[in-house]
Design a protein around this ligand. Structure first.
Ligand SMILES: Nc1ncnc2c1ncn2[C@@H]1O[C@H](COP(=O)(O)OP(=O)(O)OP(=O)(O)O)[C@@H](O)[C@H]1O
Ligand SMILES: Nc1nc2c(c(=O)[nH]1)N=C(CO)CN2
Length: 167
């Protein structure tokens, strides 16, 4: 058994419905341990595009790290995602943030097809804010506590991540 932290993002179509469908699919797989609420987040990266809704899902099951990535890609395809511009708009993006073995050890990988932990998670408020909301003790292997990583980001980046159900 492994535990994985998945980051889900959507910025095209009915964003909330897309995220809820993906989370429901994980629940129906029998692997969903916990999920954050939805957050509206400004687009990260160089591409001009609409705001995202983002969420974090924690899953646990028989898959290895490659198996979680494969499931992430299936969920993207079920949402109608096609491969487009890097960091550009998408109906659904599912990234594998971390994978942890049952012994509590993180899975580490520098394979470009599956890098673990996700190489940009530590600098993304759209990942860290929902994750901290779900798990105040969360840690990103190799980078430390999520709470400390957030404290190191520019306050305006963190403040721009807003709980969507309060908008
Ligand atoms: N931890 C990871 N989670 C998801 N994909 C990964 C990971 N590490 C490497 N990849 C690879 O990255 C490829 C591109 O993924 P994707 O299209 O989601 O990138 P992106 O969302 O544009 O950028 P980013 O990876 O910065 O979120 C995937 O096909 C996958 O093989
Ligand atoms: N706020 C936010 N920005 C992004 C996101 C995302 O999920 N949320 N995903 C991206 C894909 O690489 C690029 N930029």
């Amino acid at each position: 058994m492994t535990r994985a932290v998945l980051s889900l993002g959507a910025n095209l179509g009915d964003r909330a419905a897309v995220l809820r469908a993906a989370i429901t699919a994980l629940h129906d797989d029998g692997v969903l341990v916990a999920r954050s609420t939805l957050y509206e987040t400004p687009p990260w990266g160089p591409v001009e595009q609409p705001p995202y809704l983002n969420a974090i899902a924690v899953v646990r099951g028989d898959r290895d790290a490659a198996g979680w990535l494969a499931r992430a890609h299936e969920l993207e395809q079920a949402a109608g995602r096609t491969r487009e511009v890097r960091w550009g708009a998408r109906t659904l993006d599912v990234d594998v943030v971390t994978v942890t073995g049952d012994d509590g050890r993180p899975v580490l990988s520098d394979d470009p097809l599956l890098t673990l932990p996700h190489p940009r998670a530590h600098e993304r408020a759209f990942v860290l804010v929902p994750w901290l909301g779900l798990d105040p003790a969360a840690e990103l292997p190799g980078h430390g506590r999520v709470a400390d990583l957030l404290a190191a980001l520019p306050a305006e980046d963190v403040d721009a991540v807003v709980r969507w159900d309060q908008l």
